[in-house]
Design a protein around this ligand. Structure first.
Ligand code: MG
Length: 327
């Protein structure tokens, strides 16, 4: 047993470098989220939501502000062309940001009314964009602008490649949050963080969802056979990632939990702050960057993201082109 790692299955010792404690890359922020890695510049971009800004970090230059105001961006991802796609609480929309700063709206309404506050998103190998739409950005002025749920629910949407046409892939969540596909994209995992109301309400409702559900992906564009994959404690699952072997690495109140595709807990990365999200990156894609409340941490692993075989055209987001330093 290590101070920094909890080993529940012996093979977890091969997944992380248990001799190397998590490294705090920066701190003093408010609520970090949405980490996304740019290999070509060795840069991590992420959100600092209540401060309405995006930050950048590199081994060489440390941490600095990237964009402010950011319209309360939350989750980020890269599309198949390497462009940055982002969930915006403030704009209540999902956008694509081009290298020259131009912004294209991918989705901002459903059935003629505004979305709630898109939270997190992923890009499937066919270019479709899947995102969740809980109310965390409209239930107070802390992480966005207080407003109404105009279509009444909190859905999970798919924006079709090209047309961007929205379809509802799940409508029975309390507060859908992080999401990720299995390596073969035959299973979609979606977090429900309904136990946390968010905004100015610190209450935790243990009777409300704090789990990740799994769905079978049908014809690449819809979902079936929803079932609870893991009931998470302590805290709620927010953002998470799946590695090339199908292990699910999820945020939790005490760090990052690693579950097999069968739902067995293999181990934990223990952190002193509540974790919101994570991504794989670094020189060879095995560094896990973890956004956790006021900080960002890096953990050396032997794993890579399930999408790590994707290669993107170089984009000029973040810092000027440079090596990724020690990572
Ligand atoms: Mg989230």
């Amino acid at each position: 047993m290590s101070e920094y790692f909890q080993i529940d299955d012996p093979s977890f010792e091969d997944f992380v470098d248990i001799q190397r404690p998590p490294e705090q890359l920066c701190t003093g922020l408010s609520w970090t989220e949405g980490p996304v890695w740019f290999q070509e510049t060795g840069t991590l971009l992420f959100s600092d939501i209540p401060n309405c800004r995006m930050m950048q970090w590199s081994a060489e230059d440390g941490t600095s502000e990237y964009l402010c105001p950011s319209e309360f961006t939350n989750g980020h991802y890269r599309d198949l062309d390497g462009h940055l796609v982002s969930c915006e609480h403030g704009g209540r929309r999902v956008i694509r940001r081009y290298d020259d700063g131009r912004v294209e709206v991918i989705a901002d309404s459903y059935n003629g009314v505004r979305l709630n506050s898109p939270n997190d998103l992923i890009v499937k190998s066919d270019g479709s964009i899947w995102f969740t739409d809980p109310p965390y950005g409209i239930n107070s002025d802390v992480e966005g602008y207080k407003g109404e749920r105009e279509y009444g629910g909190c859905y999970v949407f798919r924006a079709a490649p090209g047309s961007g046409e929205l379809s509802v892939v799940a409508n029975d969540f309390d507060k859908p949050n992080g999401l990720a596909f299995s390596p073969g994209e035959d299973v979609l995992y979606i977090a429900d963080s309904g136990a946390i109301e968010g905004g100015t309400n610190p209450a935790f409702d243990d009777d409300a969802p704090h789990h990740i559900r799994a769905f079978d992906v049908v014809d690449g564009c819809s979902l079936a056979n929803g079932r609870v994959f893991v009931d998470l404690a302590p805290g709620v699952p927010d953002g998470f990632r799946v590695d090339t072997e199908g292990f699910v690495w999820t945020s939790a109140a005490d760090g990052v939990h690693c579950y097999s595709a069968a739902g067995d807990l293999y181990g934990k990365i223990l952190l002193p702050e509540v974790v919101s999200n994570l991504t794989f990156g670094g020189l060879d894609g095995t560094t896990m960057f973890i956004t956790a409340t006021s900080s960002v941490y890096a953990v050396a692993t032997t794993r890579k993201d399930a999408t790590s075989r994707r290669s993107y055209p170089a984009r000029s987001y973040g810092q000027a082109m440079r090596g990724a330093g020690e990572f």
